[in-house]
Design a protein around this ligand. Structure first.
Ligand code: FMN
Length: 125
């Protein structure tokens, strides 16, 4: 097909938990356009105003926190702290890394996210 599956949407405020976890994410609005892939974690890219950043992307309803009913697309931009609120961004999915997991707590989730980010960094390098 020559291009990666992608969604475009405005970045909205999530539960604001990501920053506490050490991985702040850009949460796309539910009414984003494009094809959202199956729940899981992906290596991919976030493009904001013409700049493409490597990202670790989560698709799902964050089952560790008995939280959101809606499927969410959240992108953690590697190694950068950029304010993306209200920006319209493109998120491209390059490689599926694993499925969504309901962890028993925050610690195992954060340990896994560290591992995910290392893998994403290696995959996109
Ligand atoms: N949430 C889960 O419940 N299970 C997961 O396996 C999971 N994996 C993730 C992997 C990555 C790389 C990222 C960036 C997020 C993942 N999440 C997972 C989502 C986090 O729970 C979510 O980003 C966090 O709760 C912050 O949510 P907020 O942006 O709404 O504050």
């Amino acid at each position: 097909l020559g291009h990666l599956p992608a969604v475009r949407g405005v970045v909205v405020h999530g539960a604001a938990r990501g920053r506490e976890l050490g991985f702040p994410t850009a949460n796309l609005a539910a009414e984003s356009e494009g094809l959202i892939p199956a729940d899981g974690v992906y290596a991919g890219w976030l493009t904001d105003a013409g700049t493409r950043y490597p990202a670790a992307i989560s698709v799902g309803n964050n089952p560790t926190f008995d939280g959101v009913a809606q499927k969410q697309v959240e992108a953690y931009v590697l190694d950068r702290d950029i304010d993306l609120y209200d920006h319209v961004v493109d998120v491209e999915f390059q490689e599926h890394i694993r499925g969504m997991v309901a962890f028993t707590g925050i610690e195992p989730l954060v340990a896994q996210m560290r591992n995910d980010v290392d893998r994403v960094r290696a995959l996109l390098a």
